[in-house]
Ligand binder design. Structure first.
Ligand code: F6P
Length: 405
């Protein structure tokens, strides 16, 4: 066997992030001159089938016509992948559900010329699944259905796949991946797999090509040095939001992630207005630190009225937890979850934007840029600049930039 060539076979139920991983992987390998091509069964089905195949019954394992057509498509892609590796390609990615044992047996029987690595994507997070299905049904093949009917149909499709789903068996070379948390749940590698270190490392790395991390514009609470709450933007805050919109108008921003607080959503509005196709997705994970009994107070009031709270926090700001509230320490889990959600929901875009808060943005920055814990609560997060973050396997960049030129 030529050990510079590799088949990667994606496995998993629909809407588990397989295609996103495949496309990111292709891009990553390509940058390193490893010629990679994706063979996606869904795309081929849409191309080859004259009639609409989006209806759920098409995926019923008892529907002979559907099964035959899907198996035919799978076979064409296997043959094309084989041909590709025979010629110039290094890595062929078979991107399909491949959840049945029968299908995987076919693959291993036909693709004997090079080693196969199976990557099984698992993620049962309801909220993520819902968001992913919403995205799937925006595909033109669902145009003939209303949104609700399309969602139901897609869920039914997943149910059909569930009935034939056999998780990866131990004898294969495989990685079981939690595709939301980029966590390897299990792996078995019994052969020499080309590019394995690079692929594995890539799977567990959060990559962003361009992340624009912005703090909301000035609020009435900011003017009074008050913390927490749900204050609105001041006139100056609105001017900042407009300036941000101008600055980003020539960059394509498909999604703006915000918190659920008015000040971040208000900052996002003008930016969205100057974009062609942009949605705002507010995530509760990006809400500002909950300062419990100190919510709505100014730092000065806290110092006067609650000196013990004030001093204890000063003593160890990272670990301190506000009574009935949070600390930087306890925020970590939800912030990490927010980042994972944002990355997952955006697929593989050129640009991602997050509009957050001071403490939240410090935590997001520290997710990508290592800082000692005790320094995290002091990271500089101004309102008249934003952070441009690039974090890929080959490049790390953190730049604080002005948006008013
Ligand atoms: O802008 C004020 C604020 O976002 C508060 O809502 C929050 O409690 C604070 O900043 C977080 O910063 P620090 O941890 O430095 O108090």
């Amino acid at each position: 066997m030529d050990n510079t060539k590799l088949y990667i076979v994606m496995v998993g139920l629909p809407a588990r992030g397989k295609s996103t991983i495949a496309s990111k992987l292709k891009e990553n390998l390509g940058k390193n001159n490893i010629k990679t091509r994706i063979f996606n069964n869904g795309d081929l089905r849409r191309k080859l089938s004259p009639q609409n195949t989006s209806y759920s019954e098409f995926y019923d394992p008892r529907n002979r016509h559907g099964v035959e057509l899907r198996e035919k498509i799978a076979l064409i892609n296997m043959k094309r992948a084989k041909e590709y590796l025979k010629r110039t390609g290094h890595v062929a990615i078979l991107d399909a559900t491949n959840v049945s044992l029968k299908r995987r047996k076919k693959i291993t029987k036909l693709l004997t010329d090079h080693v196969i690595l199976f990557i099984e994507c698992i993620n049962d997070d309801e909220e993520i699944l819902k968001a992913n299905i919403d995205r799937k049904v925006a595909h033109p093949e669902f145009n003939h259905l209303g949104k609700e009917a399309a969602i139901e149909s897609f869920k039914q499709r997943i149910n059909f796949y569930q009935t034939i789903y056999t998780p990866i068996e131990k004898k294969a070379n495989f990685i079981k991946l939690d595709s939301l948390y980029n966590k390897i749940l299990q792996e078995e590698i019994s052969e020499d797999i080309p590019y394995y270190d690079r692929v594995r490392d890539f799977l567990v790395t959060d990559t962003v090509k361009n992340l624009f991390l912005i703090r909301h514009g000035e609020t009435y609470f900011n003017l009074q040095n008050r913390i927490g709450g749900n204050s609105r933007l001041t006139i100056d805050g609105k001017v900042q939001a407009e300036a941000l919109a101008q600055f980003f108008k020539n960059k394509k921003i498909p999604i703006i992630f915000t918190s659920k607080k008015k000040r971040t959503v208000q900052t996002a509005f003008p930016i969205k207005r100057l974009q062609d196709n942009c949605v705002i997705i507010p995530l509760k994970e990006f809400n500002e630190i909950n300062s419990g009994i100190c919510e709505n107070m100014s730092y000065e009031e806290i110092r006067r009225k609650m000196p013990r709270v004030y001093l204890a926090r000063k003593e160890n700001k990272y670990s301190y937890i506000y009574p009935k509230g949070e600390g930087y320490n306890t925020m970590k889990e939800r912030i990490d979850r927010g980042i994972k959600k944002a990355l997952y929901l955006s697929s593989n875009p050129q640009n991602i934007m997050i509009i957050g808060h001071r403490a939240v943005n410090r935590m997001i920055l520290s997710h990508f840029l290592y800082r000692r814990k005790e320094d995290v609560p002091y990271i500089y997060v101004p309102q008249d600049k934003f952070y441009h973050i690039v974090a890929t396997q080959d490049k790390k960049l953190f730049q604080l930039k002005k948006y008013r030129l």
